[in-house]
Design a protein around this ligand. Structure first.
Ligand SMILES: Nc1ncnc2c1ncn2[C@@H]1O[C@H](COP(=O)(O)OP(=O)(O)O)[C@@H](O)[C@H]1O
Ligand SMILES: [Mg+2]
Length: 246
């Protein structure tokens, strides 16, 4: 698999603290990768560097063969990196459908929205996204009335509306019931089966096991281990890191 995303000697310092430490990390096109590591390992910072929210102290991020480190957030989004944050960020008073519509509109020049052909295409896109995230039957409901899990799916839908090539999910099952977690795992696997490249930060091993793909363990801003779930679970170093022995 040729890499779609690569970090090259990527470093991010916050004052005296090194959150990302000379990191060479890569994800293949079409891959589903889990990123784990204890609190403070630098997982979210890595997402911030990939999406342009933070600028590196040194090193670079390459996406589809080009350096993107110098680009503003919206340009990185436009190039195909979509991100869902840890905390749901939906418009509570708008309907489910309208939330996705807002996300789609951000991508179109305003004039295009007045063309009927474009309007029909946008409608189709919204319908497809709602189907993907299993919210078709709640399309007319105000987002405020959705459960926590449904809000998370709506937000994933809002990211999918931009048709990303790389989807970044930061702890997508945080605060979910076990039923919601299972459904989220299914959604991630479905999306992955369609060639979308996905990088997902997880915290609990059960979720990682259910996703069952290659895992990268971050520790102190560096890769501590990389391999399939079984290897990672039996890795002594990884166990020590999680038990706080290193
Ligand atoms: N904007 C910031 N300013 C100062 N320190 C930060 C900032 N963002 C992250 N950090 C620090 O960088 C380290 C890595 O944080 P983070 O990437 O959020 O870890 P993780 O997501 O793996 O829990 C932590 O020690 C955190 O306190
Ligand atoms: Mg984090």
């Amino acid at each position: 698999m040729s890499p779609i995303l690569e970090t090259k000697s990527l470093t991010k310092r916050f004052g005296g603290l090194t959150a990302t430490n000379n990191l060479d990390f890569s994800v293949g096109a079409g891959e589903l990768r889990c990123l784990v590591g204890p609190n403070g390992a630098g997982k979210t910072t890595l997402f911030n560097l990939i999406t342009g929210k933070e600028k590196p102290t040194a090193g670079e991020v390459h996406f589809m063969g080009e350096s993107i480190s110098h680009l503003p957030v919206h340009e990185i989004t436009r190039r195909g990196i979509g991100r869902k944050f840890q905390v749901p960020n939906v418009y509570e008073s708008l309907t489910v459908y309208q939330n996705v519509a807002v996300a789609v509109q951000h991508l179109l020049p305003t004039a295009a929205l007045f063309g009927t052909r474009v309007a029909a295409e946008v409608g189709n896109r919204i319908g497809a996204v709602l189907h993907d995230v299993s919210l078709s039957d709640k399309r007319a409901m105000a987002a405020a009335y959705l459960s926590h899990g449904e809000k998370q799916w709506l937000e994933i839908g809002m990211v999918l509306a931009s048709a990303p090539r790389l989807l970044l999910l930061d702890e997508p099952t945080a605060g979910m019931t076990s039923e919601e977690t299972k459904k989220t795992v299914r959604l991630i696997r479905d999306l992955s089966a369609r060639q979308l490249t996905i990088l997902v930060i997880g915290h609990d091993m059960q979720f990682i096991r259910a996703i069952a793909h290659k895992v990268t363990v971050l520790h102190k801003g560096q890769i501590a281990a990389e391999g399939d779930v079984g290897e990672i679970e039996t890795n002594r170093l990884v166990r020590d890191i999680y038990l706080g022995k290193r």
